[in-house]
Design a binder for this molecule. Structure first.
Ligand code: UDP
Length: 254
């Protein structure tokens, strides 16, 4: 197979049926091939936003892979009679990627998060995987005025993989504009993953994740996110009513 398998399109966004192991295999293949490819970690908030934002939706359609990050996606696809094999959380992908990168010699660049967090993340992952090659760490800013400086900084490090933690949709828009200029083969928008690894934020315990309640844990610990989390009931409503992206602005729709 030349590209990952799309299971269905939800709200104008392709939902891929991939496992964690397959995701790592795709990354490996794409690093060998060398052309820039973007990976998005799609959850219900992404879909609600993409439905109303054609630019964001187009970027998700152009991404090489949208991993199903969020139990809501597994539920929504089941409602459409499809079954995804696995939830592939971006926060799990980063440590798994670090492990494989250490074995294969891939160089990773950590971009984004609050000052110092990317560096702490890299330090923790290097302590776990001493062979891990860190291309660089930089908080920077998603402000377009900084793009030229950031892309040349990354290009000079010879990074293979670029992880961007600017939150969605900024990180994904940033990658769509800049990945090719950085020289990295694979760019992934990783949301709050650095915060979890660095211990700035706490992830839900495994049993809460297994119950599919990681979103609730996040809401309890970070109640100021309530407005963003309104996307969740909105998402359920849209799925139940089968409201996809409005036809006239669909990109690669159902
Ligand atoms: N972030 C950043 N610059 C910004 C906005 C966000 O570096 O202008 C970082 C923030 O510090 C955090 C990450 O982006 O580490 C993800 O933020 P959030 O948790 O809001 O994103 P989500 O995981 O919900 O996409």
């Amino acid at each position: 197979m030349d590209t990952p398998r799309v299971a269905l399109t939800l709200m104008g966004v392709p939902i891929y049926d991939v496992t964690m192991d397959e995701t790592l295999d795709w990354v490996s293949r794409w690093i060998e091939q060398g052309e820039p490819r973007q990976i998005a970690t799609v959850n219900p908030e992404f879909l609600v936003r993409a439905r109303a934002d054609p630019d964001f939706r187009a970027i998700l359609n152009r991404a090489a892979l949208c991993i199903p990050d969020g139990i809501g996606l597994l539920w929504a696809t089941r409602m459409r009679g499809r079954r995804l094999r696995e939830r592939v959380a971006g926060s799990d992908l980063v440590p798994n990627l670090a492990e494989v990168a250490a074995e294969r010699g891939w160089r990773i660049f950590f971009l984004g998060a609050a000052p110092g967090v990317a560096k702490t993340t890299a330090k923790i992952l290097t302590a776990q995987h001493p062979n891990l090659q860190i291309a660089g760490c930089y908080a920077g800013s998603p402000d377009p005025a900084e793009e030229a400086g950031i892309t040349s900084r990354i290009r000079n490090t010879g990074a293979d993989v670029l992880l961007v933690a600017y939150g969605a949709p900024k990180q994904d828009l940033w990658l769509a504009r800049n990945l090719a200029k950085t020289g990295a083969a694979v760019g992934i928008g990783v949301g709050g993953s650095f915060d979890f690894i660095a211990g700035v934020a706490r992830r839900a315990p495994r049993w809460v994740q297994r119950l599919g309640l990681e979103w609730l844990h996040r809401l309890v610990l970070e109640p100021w996110r309530w407005r963003r989390q309104l996307a969740l009931p909105h998402f359920v409503w849209l799925v139940l009513l089968r409201r996809d992206a409005p036809r006239h602005v669909l990109v690669g729709g159902e």
